[in-house]
Every structure is written in C-alpha cells, then in structure tokens.
Ligand binder design. Structure first.
Ligand code: SAM
Length: 232
C-alpha cells in the first residue's frame, strides 16, 4: 500500500462528519476561488492542448467547468469550435464571460444524460471531471463519447487515478456510507472523489469501443495523473 492511502485514510477520518454536497451545488458555490485552486495543473492543461492532433476543427469538452484547459487550447486553435458540457451553471457563466469571443456552445447538463450525437467532433476531452463515477457508469459514457467522435478522431483524458486498489475500495465504500447517512437518492451526483485505478480506468475507456487506448505518461511533478489518449 502506498503513502497516498494513509494520507487519504487520515483525511477520511478528519472529515467523516461533514455533509456531502451535490456535484452542481459544490462547484456553483466555489466558482470564485476555483481557478486559483486549480492553478497547479497549468502544465497538464498545456500538455493536453499540445496533445490534440494538428488541424482539428471541432471539440467536445465534457465537464469543461470554467475552461482552464480551453485557455490553453484556444491559444493553439483560436478558431476551433467547442461544445462544452457542465452540470454547474455558475462554472459555465464564468467560462462564457472569459471566452465569449470564441466559437463556443455551452450546455448546462449532466453529461451522462446529454445526447452527444453521432460523428460530430474531431476530438473529445475531459480534464479532472471523471474521478467520481463507477466503472459501470463510465463504460456507458465512453461508448457515447466514442460514438460522438468522427472516424479517425481521438478522446484525450487527464484525470487522477487511485494509486493502489485499496484507495479505490476505501473511497467508494466511504462514499456509500456518507450517501446512506445523508439520505442521498440514487442517481444524485455528489462531490466525493472516487477515482478508479489506472487499470480500471483503461478497462472502462476500452469498453467504449475505441480501436486503441494509450497512456502517454505522467509529468515529473505528479505520479497519479496520467494523460490518456484513445483512438476511434
Ligand atoms: C474539477 S472541475 C474540472 C473543470 C475543468 N475541466 C478544469 O479542469 O478546470 C469538474 C467539473 O466537472 C463538472 N461535472 C461533474 N460531474 C458532471 C456531470 N455528471 N455532468 C456534467 N458536468 C459534471 C463539474 O460541475 C465541474 O465543473
């Protein structure tokens, strides 16, 4: 078991009585401090922008938030047409204020429910939004994402993973306990991190129907946030 597990266990003990917050509510309430909080991902945002294939014209960004990854992507592709989906209206308002001059369509919706269409996008991305869901849910989502990408297109994901199986187990089990305690209905998303191991994340993406899924690696400053690329 690694060091992250023991740190996580301490955090779970310290916060065990804190009430859960719904996903949208959590981000709506924190929009003002959000970009400062995420500033340490700067190199990952740049890496994602650099990883996108040359010449793409259409992009789907699920869980786009205030668009920190888009800040970098627009520098490389100023004319790109982006569809951003997010469950938090406040996050989308901040994005629209920041990039109102860009070719940007924003949809305030749960991306598990939203109809993504068929062969609409040259590429799809997600950054730090998928570490809250079970492998079963993700498999269905990746099928939708794969369907929405044009033949030859790519899906790129940058998100943190459980660095050992025990982290996946303890977070899901603690999340279930807090949901029961707070009487949260099935199907209501809460903001409580439940990352999958890299093996399970890759299994979920592969089940989406991509022809090849590759881990591009990690940045030196972080050993549990891989960049993953999947080819349709
Ligand atoms: C940590 S933020 C990341 C935002 C952005 N990608 C970034 O890196 O700055 C996660 C975002 O995912 C959104 N999100 C989480 N679950 C979602 C869902 N089921 N449908 C749509 N958006 C969701 C949240 O509202 C939030 O804006």
């Amino acid at each position: 078991m690694d060091r992250n597990y023991f740190e996580l266990k301490d955090w779970i003990d310290e916060t065990r009585d804190e009430p859960l917050e719904t996903m949208g509510g959590f981000f709506d309430r924190r929009v003002d401090e959000y970009e400062d909080h995420m500033s340490h991902w700067k190199n990952h945002y740049r890496w994602m922008a650099d990883t996108l294939p040359e010449g793409i014209g259409t992009l789907l960004d699920i869980g786009c938030g205030t668009g920190l990854e888009l800040d970098e992507i627009f520098k490389r592709f100023p004319e790109i047409s982006v569809t951003g989906v997010d469950i938090s209206g406040e996050m989308l308002s901040a994005l629209s204020e920041k990039h109102g001059d860009k070719n940007l369509k924003l949809v305030c919706c749960d991306y598990f429910v939203w109809e993504m269409g068929v062969e609409q996008y040259d590429a799809a991305i997600s950054f730090e939004t998928l570490h809250h869901f079970t492998i079963e849910r993700k498999k269905g989502l990746f099928e939708k994402i794969c369907r929405s990408i044009k033949p030859g297109g790519v899906y790129i994901e940058c998100d943190y993973i459980a660095s050992c199986p025990e982290i996946e187990e303890i977070t899901f089990s603690e999340c279930r306990r807090r949901r029961r305690r707070d009487g949260i209905a099935d199907g209501t998303f809460v903001h409580f991190d439940t990352p999958l191991t890299l093996q399970h994340e890759l299994e979920a993406i592969s089940a989406g129907g991509f022809s090849k899924v590759e881990v591009l690696g990690f940045l030196p400053e972080d050993d549990h946030t891989p960049m993953i690329i999947a080819y349709k």
